[in-house]
Design a protein around this ligand. Structure first.
Ligand SMILES: Cc1cc2nc3c(=O)[nH]c(=O)nc-3n(C[C@H](O)[C@H](O)[C@H](O)COP(=O)(O)O)c2cc1C
Length: 397
């Protein structure tokens, strides 16, 4: 047997010639272990990356690209059934719900919306129009999550060569949790963000100026402290936290210190001396105090605040639509080089948290059925971290 029959080059050449690479894509990604470079090059050009790992069908490229959507705790709770070359069904992954902090699945469905909007933008960039049919078989109860599709997604070739201009900002989009510096965000900038987002569902409101921002900080910080001090809620973050490089790049999901804006020497020292993912270590007073302190520093550096408001039934369909506009907003920020960090401890649905939503509502002067779905801080920062995503083989059913 000749040695070169097993060389990487000949293996790939044969694969491309026979088309076998398409079906061997999962195998190829296992052979060439995923690492930091993949996380970077995937975000830099997801379509090219998809092609590089052997995905040929547009529908697969669209799905892989859409996994770059922001998503709660980087759980990536998506399951996809490809129906044909032009359609797929999106399901929520019940194994990736965060019920202690999200008992009604609000953020779970926001996350589905983020995926769908990014899939639509990816399709657009590949010259396809997309039609999204939400909940074609109705909405599952929380205990039956994942039984029925969240959406049917269908593509058809574009008639007009008109593109949505948000997609090119995808490589720069990230949740930027670093401490911000520089000038306050201006009304002119937020007007531009609104224009670029072109929201079809959400009422997006801004709070600008030092004094105005400061009036919200106690609610944001108290809600974060409460969540950290409640064991069941604090446990969610421990379970989804990844510490070592090996764990980050093998599991390819979850939260990291680097994603929290701490890298370099500081990150190294924090990992070596402080960050303890054992149950007792994570829930110790010292660890909780450090986490609350970090959040204070992050939120105190806000140069603007943004609130995503709805008025209506406040049901799963509206949460998905919220996620769709939210996705667009995050891309608008990326395009304008405005750092954005969503932080929703004050808006969660577990009983002890409800009081904070009332506080936010009253600070914003909202009435009746108006509901703040998500909120975030805006600012300036050059911090960059490309969080990981799992491969297609993990989400296809
Ligand atoms: C619905 C939703 C809620 C989120 N809530 C928070 C939050 O409260 N705090 C936070 O730091 N990040 C939050 N995130 C951001 C995610 O953790 C982030 O998108 C994920 O870790 C992937 O990282 P990336 O956006 O940089 O790709 C949220 C994202 C979504 C879609």
């Amino acid at each position: 047997m000749k040695q070169d029959r097993f060389s990487r080059k000949s293996f790939l050449q044969k694969g491309f010639r026979t088309g076998a690479i398409v079906s061997l894509a999962p195998l190829v990604s296992e052979i060439f272990a995923y690492g930091e470079e993949d996380a970077v090059s995937f975000r830099e050009n997801p379509i090219l990356y998809a092609e590089k790992i052997g995905l040929k069908r547009p529908i697969e490229k669209i799905i892989l690209t859409a996994t770059l959507a922001p998503n709660s705790h980087n759980t990536q709770p998506w399951k996809i059934k490809i129906e044909s070359d032009s359609s797929f069904l999106l399901y929520g992954d019940p194994k990736r719900q965060l019920l202690s902090i999200d008992p009604v699945n609000r953020q779970f469905y926001h996350t589905q919306g983020c995926f769908l909007e990014l899939a639509k933008l990816a399709a657009d960039s590949l010259m396809f129009d997309a039609k999204i049919n939400l909940f074609p078989k109705g909405i599952d109860s929380v205990s039956k999550t994942g039984s029925s599709p969240v959406a049917e997604f269908r593509i058809s070739p574009k008639d007009l060569c008109v593109h949505d201009f948000l997609f090119p900002s995808l490589p720069k989009r990230q949740m930027n949790r670093s401490v911000y510096s520089g000038d306050w965000i201006t009304k002119k900038e937020t007007d531009k963000l609104l224009h670029l987002t072109n929201a079809s569902f959400l009422d997006i409101r801004f709070v600008l100026g030092k004094k105005e921002i400061e009036s919200f900080l106690p609610t944001l910080q108290n809600s974060f402290a409460q969540e950290t001090n409640l064991t069941a809620q604090n446990e969610v973050t421990r379970v989804w936290f990844r510490k070592s490089k090996e764990e980050i790049y093998s599991k390819r999901d979850g939260l990291t210190l680097e994603g929290n804006g701490i890298s370099g020497i500081k990150g190294w020292a924090a990992k070596k001396f402080f960050l303890d993912l054992s149950y007792d270590g994570w829930h110790s007073e010292a660890s909780k105090a450090a986490s609350i302190d970090l959040f204070k520093n992050q939120s105190n550096s806000s140069k603007g605040l943004v609130f995503f408001v709805t008025k209506g039934k406040d049901d799963a369909k509206e949460w998905v639509k919220t996620g769709m506009d939210f996705m667009r907003f995050t891309l608008a920020c990326a395009g304008e080089n405005i750092a954005f960090h969503t932080m929703n401890q004050a808006l969660e649905d577990y009983p002890e948290s409800l009081v904070f939503h009332e506080e936010i509502k009253s600070l914003l002067g909202l009435k009746g059925t108006e509901r703040v779905q998500l909120l975030g801080r805006l600012g300036r920062s050059s911090y960059k971290y490309d969080s990981t995503r799992r491969g297609l083989e993990e989400i296809l059913i």
